[in-house]
Design a protein around this ligand. Structure first.
Ligand SMILES: CC(C)(COP(=O)(O)OP(=O)(O)OC[C@H]1O[C@@H](n2cnc3c(N)ncnc32)[C@H](O)[C@@H]1OP(=O)(O)O)[C@@H](O)C(=O)NCCC(=O)NCCS
Length: 172
């Protein structure tokens, strides 16, 4: 299995996996988000696409990463594709200067919660977006479309220097 950037011909497989993985509302947003996603990754098996990841990079100082959707074909789960996709997105977000990466997971979605926690994500209150990023945090939260039953998870890159003394004070 290999992780690479998604290309236009991957779209039908991605739509199929989204529909097999999410309920109608989430699948709708996952497909709608494909056009503007970055990073936009696929996991490729021997002969087909087995998973995808859609991210959003909120640019600024510092930038903020958001794993918007990650899904693996039900037939191909439990073989490391989900973890490999999220790991690669973390590397890419970091390479663009993000100091944190967020994900929102339905409270009862055990596989997803464990996947993110195994990669160092921690549950955080929604108000941290405001505390860490002030008004910018609120606009990021609006774009995240957080539903009431979703838990916000954050992975902080502690080894990155703060963008400015002011940001450093906010982050602590
Ligand atoms: C969440 C999802 C992407 C995981 O993909 P995957 O390829 O099966 O995951 P991996 O094989 O890489 O597993 C990585 C870790 O996730 C956790 N995990 C995966 N499947 C799990 C399960 N059924 N139960 C509990 N934990 C699970 C484990 O911690 C696992 O690590 P381990 O194998 O060392 O124990 C997949 O289950 C999926 O597509 N779910 C439906 C869509 C979804 O809910 N997406 C997330 C919200 S956007």
């Amino acid at each position: 299995m290999q992780i690479r950037d998604a290309t236009a011909p991957d779209r039908p497989a991605i739509v199929r996996i989204a529909r097999a993985s999410f309920d109608r509302v989430y699948a709708y947003f996952a497909v709608r988000g494909l056009r503007h996603a970055w990073p936009f990754l696929v996991a490729e098996g021997e002969s087909s696409i087995v998973g995808f990841l859609e991210g959003i990079l909120f640019r600024g100082t510092p930038s903020i990463g958001y794993v918007y959707f990650v899904a693996v074909d039900p037939q191909a789960r439990g073989m490391g594709s989900g973890r490999a996709l999220v790991q690669e997105s973390l590397r890419l977000f970091r390479s663009r200067g993000a100091d944190r990466v967020f994900a929102a997971v339905p409270r009862d979605n055990d596989p997803s919660m464990r996947l993110f926690e195994s990669l160092g994500f921690e549950r955080v209150a929604r108000r941290v977006l405001w505390r860490w990023y002030r008004w910018r945090g609120l606009s990021v939260q609006m774009r995240m479309l957080l539903a009431p039953h979703e838990v916000l998870l954050a992975r902080t890159f502690t080894d990155l220097p703060p963008a400015s003394p002011q940001e450093g004070a906010r982050a602590s």
